[in-house]
Design a protein around this ligand. Structure first.
Ligand SMILES: Cc1cc2nc3c(=O)[nH]c(=O)nc-3n(C[C@H](O)[C@H](O)[C@H](O)COP(=O)(O)O)c2cc1C
Length: 204
């Protein structure tokens, strides 16, 4: 458990939330930064441990923890990029496939979230996969809370079996996302957001 986080113990009564203007403000202003623009500094080892701990603090039906996290160092990524580059040629748009590797290569810190559901369990695989997505979102929030910019990326190498093998993704597993973390030189610009009135309704 990271020293940067409050300690908790199984069965402990956790404090009830209190409204926090700072927290609401961060949730309202959080925004991904272009992954290719993420630069050092990234999180320290201690901050990364805390970010991973917060990421893993995610709802999952049945306490299956149907996901796992792989930290990719810049050195490991440089090695992987060398192996990915030739495979870009086989993609539908090879020039773009090569260009988007900058999103993978440039960030100083990358966490690969792998969805590892248990098939045939009473908790449907879909729910287990949703939990992996929730881990990705929690990692984004955790990175934000530590003052870093981040982005959730998949791209073609998340789906090609030849590339997922390189990342250590096993049979029955899937890439939920690469969570890239670093520092952005420029503030992100707001993007279109759905009007809640258009997507939320009262049950009829
Ligand atoms: C599952 C998933 C996969 C994504 N994959 C990519 C990707 O491969 N390339 C990309 O440019 N953006 C990708 N995005 C979108 C970026 O994360 C984008 O920055 C994000 O949707 C911006 O949302 P925000 O403004 O709320 O932070 C993906 C998003 C999700 C949820």
């Amino acid at each position: 458990m990271s020293d940067l986080l409050p300690r908790t113990a199984f069965g402990q009564a956790l404090p009830s939330p209190k409204a926090s203007d700072a927290c609401i403000r961060r949730l309202a202003l959080r925004r991904s930064a272009p992954a290719q623009d993420l630069a050092p500094p990234g999180p320290s080892a201690e901050q990364l441990e805390a970010i991973l701990t917060l990421g893993a603090r995610t709802p999952d039906h049945g306490k299956l923890f149907p996901w796992r996290l792989v930290v990719l160092s810049p050195e490991r990524k440089a090695d992987l990029v060398q192996k990915l580059e030739p495979l870009a040629a086989d993609q539908a748009d090879p020039t773009r496939a090569l260009a988007v590797l900058a999103k993978f290569r440039n960030p100083p810190c990358t966490v690969l979230v792998i969805s590892s559901p248990t098939p045939g369990h009473k908790v449907p695989v879909w729910e287990q996969q949703l939990s992996a997505g929730a881990v990705c979102m929690n990692l984004l929030h955790a990175a934000d809370a530590f003052g870093f910019s981040a982005n959730w990326i998949t791209d073609w190498y998340a789906y090609d079996p030849r590339t997922t093998r390189l990342f250590g993704v096993r049979e029955g597993e899937q890439v939920a996302g690469f969570i890239h973390v670093g520092t952005a030189a420029n503030p992100s610009l707001e993007r279109p957001r759905p009007a809640v009135a258009d997507l939320a309704s009262e049950a009829s």
